[in-house]
Every structure is written in C-alpha cells, then in structure tokens.
Ligand binder design. Structure first.
Ligand SMILES: Cc1ncc(COP(=O)(O)O)c(C=O)c1O
Length: 353
C-alpha cells in the first residue's frame, strides 16, 4: 500500500547507514588503497586488529569475500576443511571453496550450529598419510541457519584446540560475532584469541552499507591482500566505505542488545499465535525462525507482506525474521499482529500419506 511504513524483517542486511556514517563518509581522508595509501582504510584495519587482539586486518567488500579469501589463505588445493553442514560457507557461497581454493568440505551436522566435539575429534584422528590433509576447522558464530545461535566460548576453544592438536588451523566466520559477544557478554577478542583468523561484517546488524574485516597474523593478512586483489576486491578510495564501517564498529555494537530483546518479544508473540512454531528460549540473538509444517507458508508470508511486514520464506515450511535497527518495538508489535492474523486465516495444507 502506498505510504505504508514497512517493517523490514527479512535480514539485518537491509539496515541503512546512519546520518553519522554518511557524514563520516563525506569527511573521510582518502587515498588509493590498492597502493596501500588510504589513511581511513589503514586506520580502520589497525583499529579492528587492536579491538580483536590480532596482528593485522584487511577490509574486504563482503562477508563472502572475507570467508573465501581466508579459506584460500589458510589452505592448499586438495586439503580438507571441517565445517558444520549448514554453515554459510557451505550453503550460500555457490561452491566457492571448491572453485576458488580447491578444497573439500568435510561436513558434520551440529545441533545449534556447534560442531560436535566428538565428531571433530574422530575426523581429525582418522586422518593419516593416505587421507587428504585436514588443514582447517571452520566455525560460524553466531550460526545463522540454526537461528542465530551463539557458539559458547568454551566450545569454540575446545574445537580450536582439537584443530591445533591435529596440525590444522582454526577459523571463525564471525559475520555476526558482535551479536554473539553482546548476547554472551564475552568480548570479541576472547573469541578471536582461540582461532588463527576470523572475519566479521560491518554491513549486517551494525548498519554500515558495505564491508567486512578479515583478521589474523601479519603474514596471513599479507597473503590475503594478494588473494583479495586476485578476486577483484582491491578497491581504490575505499576509505569512503571504511569511514562508515568505523562509525558502525564504534557506535552500533551496544544497541544490538535492543535487537536481541525485540527478537525475544517477536518469538514470544509468534509462539502465542502459533504454538510450537518457535521456541523463544532458543532465540539468543536477532534471528527468529518459525517452522510451520502443514501450513501454507507462502500464503502466510504474502498476507504479512500485504500488511507491510516483510519476512522471508525459507523453503516450504519455514519463515525467518531478523530484527534490526530499522524496526522498533511498535514495528515488532505490528509484525506479531500481522502474523497472528495470517496464521489464523491460512488454511492447513493437506499432507499426503
Ligand atoms: C554467517 C554468514 N557468513 C557470511 C555471510 C556473507 O556475507 P555477505 O552477504 O556480506 O557476503 C553471511 C551473510 O548473511 C552470513 O550470515
């Protein structure tokens, strides 16, 4: 409907830059970053390295490029990489690990997105001179497909120790590591201390328009810089984007708690409207997954869109809502009311057999 306020809950990637970010972009000191001469990029990389307790950082255009650059920098073609089977790198990067790095992903199903320690141990222990080399163990925190679950620090540590004991490296795809940190109270540098390298995104809940950061040793980042160039991710006056990213990391972290609280309220409202469709106690950060087997999910999503509430249908039985800075508590209440109306109206689907 024209003029209707939209409640955008499909993803936290829909967040738009704040006024302060735009002003910082306008004022940013710029140079050619492919020549290593953009002062704003250099300063952001140093700042993030310091924040995470790593030697160096590299600004990349996206979380996907951060992941794929790291993967290539940390492995050799033919190596094996252990990852949880629903990780972003497995499901949503279009086979890039095999195309770009020539690695084989060894997948393990992990409840709540956690790589099961026993399975990781067995996989590493079963490697010998006849098998491919397991060179990397990949964790994702928060874990998107499991509903934004936080991987606890002790778990990250245990898995990373197994990797290291087996001669492999450990990595965190921390696209939403600040959500994990705010929800758990664990500083990001504590997660970072357990692994050889990690990446995180400025362009999700933190609200910057573009960009991610890869962090690790200076040696790794030197290698990653060449790979980024190979992938076409070297950018010229990139300080323009880094200026917004700097505001994101400096000013937008603490408010993630508000998104988490909104997600909990949303989950409770959805659970009241459709009992059993969501477990509010499993909502730890900003993601709410609603499972509606036997219901016409497309009709429910269409009805919510007609109310101006944008949620995403993920497959035939699942809906996703991700809270973010663009949606306040009134928007959350609108989403609950819209969902309640939609599930009330939608007819159950006959399930054959
Ligand atoms: C866990 C995780 N890693 C990586 C990415 C990729 O980020 P981008 O969309 O910036 O490539 C996403 C995007 O949603 C994600 O959820």
């Amino acid at each position: 409907m024209p003029g209707m306020d939209i409640v955008e809950l499909r993803s936290d990637t829909f967040t738009r830059p704040t006024r302060e970010m735009i002003e910082a972009m306008a004022d940013a000191e710029l140079g050619d970053d492919v020549w290593g001469e953009d002062p704003t990029a250099i300063s952001l990389q140093e700042h993030c390295a310091e924040l995470f307790g790593k030697e160096a950082g590299l600004f990349v255009p996206s979380g996907t490029m951060g992941n794929e650059t790291a993967l290539k920098a940390l492995t050799n073609p033919g190596d094996d990489v252990i990852a949880e089977s629903r990780s972003h790198v497995v499901l949503y990067e279009h086979g890039a690990p095999s195309v770009i790095s020539g690695v084989i992903l060894r997948l393990i199903d992990g409840p709540d997105g956690r790589l099961p320690v026993g399975s990781v141990r067995d996989m590493i222990a079963s490697a010998n001179e006849h098998t491919s080399r397991i060179s990397l163990v990949w964790q994702e925190n928060t874990h998107n497909a499991s509903g934004g679950r936080v991987i606890p620090l002790e778990h990250v540590r245990e898995v990373a120790r197994l990797a290291h004991a087996g001669g492999a490296k450990a990595f965190i795809d921390g696209a939403r590591i600040f959500n994990a940190s705010v929800a758990s109270g664990v500083p990001v540098r504590a997660y970072a201390a357990e692994v050889d390298a990690l990446s995180f995104c400025f362009s999700k809940g933190l609200g910057a328009p573009v960009g991610s950061m890869l962090l690790g040793t200076q040696e790794l980042i030197d290698r990653a810089r060449i790979i980024r160039q190979m992938l076409g991710g070297g950018m010229r006056q990139v300080g323009l984007l880094c200026a917004a990213a700097r505001v994101a990391v400096d000013t937008m972290v603490d408010r993630l708690a508000e998104d988490h609280e909104n997600a909990r309220v949303l989950a409770e409202g959805f659970a009241d409207a459709a009992p059993g469709s969501v477990d509010p106690s499993a909502v730890e950060t900003n993601m709410v997954y609603i499972d509606l087997p036997g219901r016409d999910v497309d009709a429910i999503v269409r009805s919510m869109w007609a109310d101006g509430v944008r949620v995403a249908a993920l497959g035939p039985t699942r809906i996703r809502a991700v809270t973010n800075k663009e949606v306040d508590r009134a928007g959350i209440q609108r989403a609950i009311a819209s969902f309640a109306g939609a599930v009330g109206a939608a007819q159950p689907v006959a399930i054959a057999g």
